[in-house]
Design a protein around this ligand. Structure first.
Ligand code: SOE
Length: 396
């Protein structure tokens, strides 16, 4: 219990790099900016390197460090396990935590394969029977402009959807001498741009439209086939080792695919780490019978909205600054026009998960939603391996 009588929930987080920092800040900020019904307490940070994990723990206010994630999962004072590790360990940690009766927040993509994701869904559904909740971290759903886009589609303001255009553009490995980080190794990351950033636009477009992708025709490419081995994994890509050794890149650098949605919309997707000059450009445009929406994460507080039902002489895209108190999530923060950033969506994710846990409801996106994305990624890989043959997504 807190001093003002609110229940608390002990958090144990495994992993402490980029996502670990983003999640730490979210757990800290959630009760300060939002009236959460249960207050998170940063009990334990899990990491194999005690010194490095200890440094992050003291910076973010974690009470203790565990060097073995199994010890962290077993702790009585940990009620929620937050999985921020590379994809090759998601299934093992998340399933163990669910079996131990702990709520789970798992970073995206849910797993490195459909089989692992299926096992995670089975564990999550079994645990849910005893009130245990799970969420996969497709965090961009909780950017206010994206949440507003979803609201407009759900309210019928866009009408029947004809086109979905989605891109996720980065350039952080366009230098061929950028090191071979874990994100470029299939055994750690599962896939490359496809799973790391393509997964986000698959999830976002399915979420905003409320529809599912039924089939794809895809191309994958690895432009740089060998890279210098890294000496450290700090930062997004780490630093190059001094010995001059190189190793093979075993994932895609870029993924491009056509897709069809359940409502009949035609879609194009592009996910690449070679779009020089684009840093984190998530661009989504949706065209419907009553209107259109356009978003770019590099201008993330804005949603462009076109109302196709008004006098064409007064139509066209309007630039909506999504910072009004009536906009999703904004009431917790600053007055209109005082912009939000990348990290705020992680706080919204923590708030929504804590709220669902207290209310006894299932938060979204669920592990089943994560499995749905995984099936699209697998269909993209199968299509690309078969010369872009049209490939159905099972279960849609
Ligand atoms: C690296 O490509 C990365 O950090 C992704 O892993 C995240 O999911 C995305 O939000 C930003 O880019």
């Amino acid at each position: 219990m807190t001093d003002d009588g609110k229940p608390t929930l002990g958090i144990g987080m495994v992993g402490y790099s980029f996502m670990g920092a983003a999640h730490s800040q979210a757990w800290r900020n959630a009760p300060s900016f939002f009236d959460v019904p249960v207050v998170p307490v940063l009990r334990a940070l899990g990491g194999r390197n005690a010194e490095a994990a200890g440094e992050v723990a003291s910076r973010f206010g974690w009470e203790s460090v565990e060097t073995d994630w199994r010890q962290l999962v077993a702790r009585d004072d940990v009620g929620l396990v937050d999985v921020c590790t590379p994809g090759d360990t998601h299934a093992e940690i998340a399933i163990a935590a669910l079996e131990a009766g702990k709520h789970v927040l798992c970073e995206k993509p849910l797993a490195n394969s459909v089989e692992e994701a299926e096992a995670m869904v089975a564990a999550a559904e079994k645990a849910a029977e005893s009130g245990v909740r799970s969420l996969v971290g497709f965090t961009y759903r909780r950017v206010p402009a994206i949440a507003l886009a979803r609201r407009l589609v759900a309210d019928g303001r866009i009408g029947r959807i004809y086109h979905v255009r989605a891109q996720y553009l980065q350039d952080w490995i366009s230098d061929p001498e950028a090191p071979l980080s874990w994100r470029l190794q299939k055994d750690r990351a599962g896939s490359g741009a496809l799973g790391d950033i393509g997964a986000h636009i698959v999830d976002l477009t399915q979420h905003i439209t409320g529809e599912r992708i039924t089939g794809v025709s895809a191309m994958l490419e690895t432009f740089v086939k060998e890279r210098p081995l890294p000496s450290s994994s700090s930062g997004l890509s780490g630093t190059v080792s001094e010995g001059g050794q190189r190793g093979p890149v075993t994932v895609d650098d870029a993924a491009v695919f056509l897709a069809r949605f359940t409502g009949g919309a035609l879609a194009t997707f592009e996910a690449t780490r070679f779009a020089s000059g684009r840093k984190n450009a998530i661009r989504i445009e949706i065209n419907g019978s009553k209107g259109s929406l356009a978003f770019d994460f590099e201008d993330m507080n804005v949603l462009h909205v076109h109302d196709h039902t008004v006098d064409p002489g007064l139509g066209g895209f309007r630039r909506v600054l999504v910072t009004e108190p009536s906009h999703p999530y904004v009431e917790g923060w600053w007055p209109p026009g005082h912009l939000l950033g990348y990290e705020h969506a992680f706080t919204h994710q923590a708030v929504d998960l804590l709220t669902a846990i207290a209310a006894g409801t299932d938060p979204a996106p669920s592990f089943a939603d994560g499995l749905g994305v995984q099936r699209v990624l697998a269909a993209v890989e199968r299509s690309a391996a078969a010369n872009s043959t049209w490939t159905e997504v099972p279960g849609t």
